[in-house]
Design a protein around this ligand. Sequence first.
Ligand code: MLT
Length: 272
Amino acid sequence: MPTIDVAGTTLHFLDRGEGPVALFVHGFPLDSTMWLDQIERLSDLRRCVAVDLRGFGRSSAVTDEVLTMERHGEDLVALLGALGIESADVVALSMGGYVALYLAQVYPELIRTLALVDTRAAADTSEGRAGRDEAVRRVLGEGRRSFAEGMLMVLVAPNASVTTRARMRSMMEGTRYETMVAALRGMRDRPDRTAILARIGVPTSVVVGELDAVTPPADACTMADVLPDATVTVIEGAGHMTPLEAPDRVATALRRLWARSEPAGIPVSTDA
Ligand code: MLT
């Protein structure tokens, strides 16, 4: 797995496939391996770069009190720059989507197409912010295994497979305590980026699980209503983790999105 030194830390990333670059940005408290099913299905079409965000996965440990979405966004800009990548198809789940919307706000030229998967543009409500502080207390007081078990109930649909649950546990129980705490604070403090949506001129795909309890379909539709060039895919029976719960459906949505950015005349298969 390649690494790169950016802004005082070392980031790990998966780098597979050929073609234009697709940049995959994971959610909380996960890592780049959440995208393995998409990489397997799409590396014939794209060079798939899936990063472990600062502090997550196999990227270096950090001591930041707060890991902001802006910090992660700047890391992605540095990563793309170091790899000589001018623009990418950005695919981002949940917290990754919060980071992608920072990129859309400040570095729109880096985004060729955008997939907003199980995410939202709005900030946390005051209740949500209090919930983040309570989650920090749980991580520190009860440990990450107990926290992960609680989150798992919310993140995946009741019928999610044993394998999906095992992969989720591996990622969550492998995330450092200090990263969890700093990222919870970063999500708590993120601004509302709803106003950015109307300025996103590139083809966009909004994907959401029908049973997503964290960022429900209503949030997806709210975003799609103001995005200038968006399609919405609601995946039946899936929860918040559609890339793991419904890998074929998500890969198909991405193929369709990327076909929208191809010059006319170049056929792109939309088969899963
Ligand atoms: C995620 O999946 O990244 C988180 O659940 C997002 C959040 O807690 O807001």
